[in-house]
Design a protein around this ligand. Structure first.
Ligand SMILES: [Zn+2]
Length: 135
């Protein structure tokens, strides 16, 4: 697979490895912690982290996103913020977050993460909120 990636976007790419076949490939910083399809062996994998993206901008990894949604004190501020953006209803079963949209359908957290990370405005707002905890 030979995809041209513009130079400014390339700086957001982290280097990861496939735990099945050890193939190394690049992925956007925000997709770290999500399931991937290995470009070499095509297994469904959670890639092993090899090298951080040189400039990840305002992106947050999926791993960090899950921490923000499930752990106190982060979730007490982050979950109301996100549910207000999307108009979602939120409840917890233990530490598992259950979200429903206005139509009552279950919302997948990976999809929600992608939606936020593909919106510069939401991405930056979430990054700033996370910065108040992690800085
Ligand atoms: Zn592989």
């Amino acid at each position: 697979m030979n995809v041209h990636v513009p130079d400014n976007a390339r700086r957001d790419l982290a280097l990861v490895g496939c735990p099945e076949c050890a193939f190394r490939f690049e992925t956007p910083n925000y997709r770290l912690g999500m399931q991937h399809r290995c470009p070499e062996c095509e297994a469904a994998i959670k890639p092993k982290y090899v090298r951080r993206a040189p400039d990840s901008g305002c992106s947050l990894s999926y791993h960090t996103f899950l921490q923000l949604l499930t752990m106190r004190p982060y979730r007490d501020e982050v979950v109301p913020l996100i549910s207000a953006w999307f108009g979602y209803q939120v409840e917890y079963q233990g530490r598992t977050l259950i979200m429903h949209n206005a139509a009552g359908r279950r919302v997948d957290t990976e999809t929600m993460h992608e939606m936020i990370q593909n919106s510069p405005r939401w991405q930056e707002q979430l990054y700033r909120k996370a910065g108040t905890f992690f800085r």
